[in-house]
Design a protein around this ligand. Structure first.
Ligand SMILES: [Zn+2]
Length: 537
């Protein structure tokens, strides 16, 4: 387990947040917060909004301190635009709360927001993220923020003064009387409304809507509207007592919600801004080409299709929030897995540095316990090669894994095996897939010289030692025998060139290309009889 102290960025924030929370609200649970808008598919890049407070909240819990991670679903925000792939008739819903917009056709969910929340909720469950979800629709429509709304409206001149510090002169001239509350129209449900009068004494509010409707309501009883974003956010910091809430770089420019909110929370709501690091952009590689045809965006569920939970968690745990990184859907995922397995060995051998060990521990477990792991983790690139060659055939895959790594059942290699399978099926372009030849390449075989024929015969004769180590020795050894060198001969440039030429010949004969999966893996996958047939020996 992770000890407290200066081991990594998570520990440092946990130290800071615990002492700050203790100063602000002694004896109460520490509050960390995230916010997500279910306005469409929730992009994989937005997972950092949840993972950053999750890791800090989890560290606080590991120390035995009570901590709650609030996840605000900003589902009372307006529907802004119809995404690509959805019927253009949905444009009639622009301006309604996301929870009042029908879900896309065929969805089992009751509304737009629920439809796009659902896959995120499932991904967070898999990732071991423990949180308390809050629907802002529910909060606003049940009047939870009534006092805060009345306060913000009463203090509208003060809020306007804060905002004006950041307005350009031109904008300042254009601005009408400022009102921090936006009603949703009673008739059409849209927010195309203008507040035309407000009486502070009675809280009577008159508005008109672009649809032609207009009415006067009492704000003290009105539950169909919301505070504008730059007031809503600091209101919730104060209401929820948030001690830690990171946000994206786009919220940190002058006049942006974080900067303005930091002043409004104290000057209006008597609260304090959370400790809130700015987190950097998370890029995605190798997904654009694959997904553009579907017209959608990479989501956390897409990442979990191809990588195990601890690996995805590790990406967030090992980088400070200010560092950007990329999530790979292309060949890079194999290198990522090599790094992950190397770290696992270091940890097992007791050689990991404290920060590495902390990141590893946060990846494989939470305060609630260990996360699902693959019992027998065969290297991802090996699994990818095997499922590529066998096209996923379970019997063949098991036979190879048994020969390769003494695996007894496929379940021992899961869930990593399934992730590698989905990566090969979904993200390896067709021209990079491996197709083992059915019939020998007679033309190539006929064209070979005596030395090449001898090499293939030596290979065929040596296939008896049917193990990864035996086959590795064999493929490197054939050129040594031909050069009259002992099996343990040092690799000279000449020998290396001969080995490369021999490997290229084998790939040509077995898979019809110059390269392919590692040869011992490929030979194991193809099987001894078929190898003999394809090399003409
Ligand atoms: Zn209306």
């Amino acid at each position: 387990m992770v000890e407290s102290g200066e081991t990594d960025w998570v520990s440092r924030f946990a130290d800071e947040v615990i002492s700050e929370a203790e100063r602000r609200a002694p004896g109460k649970p520490v509050v960390c917060a995230s916010g997500l808008s279910p306005s469409g598919p929730i992009h994989l890049g937005n997972l950092r909004e949840v993972m950053t407070p999750h890791l800090v909240a989890d560290e606080i819990r590991r120390r035995g301190v009570e901590c709650v991670h609030l996840l605000s679903w900003d589902d009372y925000d307006r529907f802004r635009r119809v995404p690509a792939g959805v019927d253009p008739s949905w444009a009639e819903h622009i301006g309604k709360p996301l929870t009042s917009v029908p879900a896309p056709p065929g969805s089992p969910y009751g509304n737009w927001a629920e439809h796009f929340k659902a896959p995120m909720i499932e991904a967070l469950r898999q990732l071991g993220v423990e949180y308390h979800g809050i629907s802002q629709t529910e909060q606003y429509t049940k009047g939870a923020y009534r006092e805060q709304i009345l306060l913000a409206v009463r203090e509208r001149a003060r809020i306007d003064a804060v905002l004006s510090r950041y307005r350009t002169k031109q904008a300042a001239q254009q601005v009408e009387e400022y009102f921090p509350y936006k009603p949703y129209c009673e008739l059409c449900e849209r927010d195309l409304t203008t507040v035309t009068a407000y009486d502070d004494a009675t809280t009577e509010l008159a508005y008109t809507c672009e649809c032609g409707f207009g009415e006067t309501v009492r704000l003290a009883e009105h539950d169909r509207g919301k505070l504008v974003w730059k007031v809503d956010w600091p209101m919730r910091w104060a209401y929820e007592g948030v001690a830690f809430e990171p946000s994206g770089v786009d919220h940190h420019s002058p006049g942006s919600a974080w900067i303005v909110g930091g002043q409004i929370v104290g000057e209006v709501f008597g609260g304090r801004q959370p400790i809130g690091p700015m987190y950097a952009f998370v890029g995605i590689t190798g997904m654009a080409k694959m997904s553009s045809s579907k017209g959608d965006v990479p989501t956390p569920s897409d990442a979990l299709e191809i990588m195990e939970v601890p690996v995805l968690r590790w990406l967030y745990a090992r980088r400070k929030p200010a560092q950007s990184f990329k999530i790979a859907f292309d060949q890079e995922i194999q290198r990522l897995y090599d790094e992950w397995d190397a770290l696992g060995r270091k940890v097992a051998e007791g050689h990991a540095q404290p920060a590495e060990l902390a990141a590893y521990s946060r990846a494989v477990s939470t305060a609630a316990g260990p996360l699902p792991a693959t019992p027998h983790p065969v290297p991802y690139r090996t699994l990818a090669s095997i499922v590529d060659i066998t096209t996923g055939d379970a019997d063949q895959t098991l036979r190879i894994l048994r020969d390769l790594d003494a695996i007894g059942t496929l379940d021992e290699a899961r869930p990593r095996l399934d992730r590698a399978q989905r990566w090969v099926d979904g993200h390896v372009p067709a021209d990079q897939r491996t197709r083992v030849r059915d019939e020998p390449d007679e033309e190539l075989l006929d064209s070979l010289g005596a030395g090449e024929r001898e090499a293939l015969r030596l290979l065929a004769d040596g296939l008896d030692d049917w193990s990864p180590a035996g086959l590795t020795t064999l493929v490197y050894g054939v050129p040594k025998i031909q050069a009259g060198l002992p099996a343990d001969a040092e690799a000279t440039p000449e020998l290396k060139a001969a080995q490369r030429a021999f490997f290229a010949l084998l790939y040509k004969l077995l898979v019809g290309r110059d390269t392919g999966p590692r040869l011992p893996t490929l030979l194991l996958a193809v099987g001894a009889d078929r190898v003999r047939k394809l090399v003409g020996a």
